[in-house]
Design a protein around this ligand. Structure first.
Ligand code: ATP
Length: 358
């Protein structure tokens, strides 16, 4: 499976563009401000139903236009499923196989793309919310019911918080605590199981990019180690009442990357953190590719940012070796060293227009 065809209209400075990507490496190159990231953003929109740069549609839609559209064909050459997204200022329409869908989950399921961009390093040194999102995206592709589980937990948590803040009866609070414990335990278990699934890939890829190192992923479930979630909730009732919300739980879950027992974010250089971030995200993509061959897609924005030429070359070789369809943006026109030894489909982006370099 791959993105076989892409049609973009009115995404940032791209008025109208179409391309037929290759199944391996696709390099998008051009001057600063030409529209490379906008093209990547269009592919991401097709994969998630939302942008990675802004949650406000009017910023992504080309100036003075009412909506944007991105359409594509996903699958094996000669076949495939059509997917489409039309995004207006206040409305979103998703279509898969010609049928209207009521949520973006259908796109996410069909076309799972992993994005790495300069800001992705926040996965290591930014807020835990980003790491939870990363894990949840991964679990979503392993467990069909996971989205439902997250919704159940969130509803139960809201109810428990309301019970904490009002004069709800003890039995009411206990009932909602029971629900929170039930769904929350399942979420934490699913996340831990997922980390186990990517651990091996992460160790392998991080060593390939950074040389031999003792890298470890340590998960925090969001409550005291050694306790069940129900025990942690029971122990925190008095404090939670005072706070007015539930403190322990998977909504506080997190993971850390340790190198030789120390958190990488505390002592790794910016470039090293960046390579480690690539290792994490590539591990996700490779895991998905192993579980569902041909399904994953990689979007790499600004591969040259903060990496020296040797590491850029290493990363490119690694991306190629995964066999996963990749879209990589690269500023400039002199791609001699990038393409040496690599077969890639090249797209020259110029003032929002895309020209295939055969
Ligand atoms: N809503 C919009 N409508 C029209 N043009 C826009 C809109 N938003 C941004 N732009 C313009 O689109 C152009 C392309 O931006 P993009 O981020 O895709 O460039 P890029 O090729 O990735 O550049 P760089 O190499 O500098 O990162 C920029 O000139 C930007 O000002």
């Amino acid at each position: 499976m791959a993105l076989l065809r892409l049609d973009v209209a009115d995404v940032r400075n791209i008025e109208s563009a179409s391309l037929s990507p290759g199944e391996g490496l696709n390099l998008l190159f051009g001057a600063n401000g030409s529209g490379k990231t906008s093209l990547l953003e269009a592919i991401y929109l097709l994969s998630r139903g939302k942008s990675f740069r802004s949650s406000q549609p009017h910023r992504i839609i080309r100036f003075d236009q009412p909506f944007l559209t991105v359409a594509g064909r996903i699958g094996q050459p000669g076949g495939g499923t059509t997917v489409g997204l039309r995004l207006g200022r206040n409305a979103k329409e998703v279509r898969v196989g010609g049928r209207h869908c009521d949520s973006s989950a259908h796109l996410i399921r069909l076309f799972p793309a992993v994005l790495t961009q300069p800001a992705s390093v926040a996965l290591l040194d930014g807020p835990p919310r980003l790491r939870r999102q990363m894990l949840d995206w991964g679990v979503f592709h392993v467990e069909q019911e996971y989205l439902d589980l997250l919704r159940r937990f969130s509803r139960a948590l809201d109810q428990r918080n309301t019970a904490l803040r009002t004069d709800a009866s003890r039995s009411n609070l206990e009932a909602w605590s029971g629900e929170v414990a039930r769904w929350g335990t399942m979420i934490a278990e699913a996340r831990s199981a997922y980390v186990e699934r990517i651990r091996g890939q992460f160790a392998k890829i991080s060593s390939a990019l950074l040389g031999p190192l003792d890298a470890e992923l340590v998960v925090r479930q969001g409550w005291r180690t050694g306790w069940s979630y129900a025990e942690a909730l029971a122990a925190s009732v008095a404090m939670d009442r005072r706070r007015g919300y539930t403190e322990p739980g998977p909504h506080k879950g997190d993971f850390t990357v340790l190198i030789g027992g120390r958190p990488a974010k505390d002592f790794f250089s910016r470039g090293q953190l960046k390579l480690l971030t690539y290792a994490l995200l590539l591990a996700q993509a490779c895991r998905l590719e192993e579980d569902q061959p041909g399904r994953a897609c990689l979007l790499v924005d600004d591969i040259a940012s903060e990496l020296d030429p040797r590491n850029q070359e290493k990363l490119l070789s690694l991306l190629k070796s995964t066999g996963i369809q990749s879209f990589i943006t690269f500023s400039g026109n002199d791609l001699g060293w990038v393409t040496a030894g690599h077969t890639a489909r090249m797209f020259h982006v110029e003032h929002g227009r895309i020209l295939a370099d055969e």
